[in-house]
Write a protein that binds this ligand. Sequence first.
Ligand SMILES: *[C@@H]1O[C@H](CO)[C@@H](O)[C@H](O)[C@H]1NC(C)=O
Ligand SMILES: *[C@@H]1O[C@H](CO)[C@@H](O)[C@H](O)[C@H]1NC(C)=O
Length: 390
Amino acid sequence: MLASLLTIASLYLAPAVVRASPCVAFDINWNLLGFGLNGKDWNAGTQDQWSSGSAADITTSGRPPFDGANTTCYLSQFTNAIYVMNGDKSSPSSVHIYDATAKSWTTQSVTTGSFDPSSFDAILDHDTNVVYALSHGEVFSLDMGLLKAANSSALAWNDVQKAPYDASYQPVMALAQNHIHFLNVPGVPQGQADIFVIHFSYFQPQPQAYPLADGSAFPSSFGQATSFFQAEGVQQEFAFIPADSSATYVVNVETNTTQALAGPATKDAQATYFAGLTSLVQLDSTGTVSWLPYVQNDTNANKAAQWSKVAALASVAPATTAGAGSSASAGAGATGSVGPKASGSGASSSAGPKASANPQNTGAENGAVGVQVQRGLVGAVLLGALAVLV
Ligand SMILES: *[C@@H]1O[C@H](CO)[C@@H](O)[C@H](O)[C@H]1NC(C)=O
Ligand SMILES: *[C@@H]1O[C@H](CO)[C@@H](O)[C@H](O)[C@H]1NC(C)=O
């Protein structure tokens, strides 16, 4: 009896210390989807729709609570499905599948074996729809078949082989041309990547250089990487954003070259990134989503491109308090069953996706009132300028 009371008490208290972990992804029509932003899921439409208006609320049953740490999302281009890992802290091994065509969620159970879902980096191989992960120096794979809805039987992480890296290497992985590029590998010079050839399960013995036009190199640094998609076919380019956000590097594995583009306006080592066809999207640790336009093969346009906020998401899902230990979005992860239950903050959007052109974000439980006021009052350009000043 006491035990169950304690359990109930801890369940009751738990949400107060959870910081929800949203993620962003594209569907195959390049609609920008924001999951777990202010406790809900959103479709911000295509890039031409981001600078104004409001994203559509696509929150529906069966979704993960987005209360996990280090939540990651992957687009399966053949199936138009988004695979979510660590979307539910009560079930860290599960892969949640969003069928972006049917707009429905299912939960795939996964047997982890020796794979550690709390410590890995991963890519989804475009052509085979197999996830490859590096965790504690070991390469694992998870074959997603052509799933856009969960199988009733469990999938299993397969231990592929040992990587030629110490278990302490914190992986930075990027996919291009069915090759996994490992960045910031100890001992590998700046501007170079180690390559794992997926189809042969083969680590190339020599790193590959990807110099900038001026002869300089992207830094050896921890950071985030994400692959640009093509309208169809394999990916050929990936973005690498060092943890200091000093620049955005785009590596082309066909030409073996790198472009240096503007670093994110919001410098945030905790930010995550997702590239589409013609844009690179940043989700920072406050839940603010920003983007950089990108045009393949137009280095001049790319060099001039600037980051701006996705206003259509900001208007419906205002930023939460930054930093560890905040109680932001306590409503987000409180339950796995998600109805139209308005979470405390940002509930102004509940009137419908098009309703709130100028939401007054009065979510008093969030500490970042200043941020919220700004977001309600000013547009993307001014916000970008403010972000630089702050
Ligand atoms: C999240 O990632 C960090 C950095 O890799 C790691 O230290 C931490 O254990 C992870 N947390 C969980 C709950 O997965
Ligand atoms: C890129 O590098 C690879 C490996 O060194 C080489 O085989 C390929 O020909 C290079 N591509 C170009 C366009 O230089």
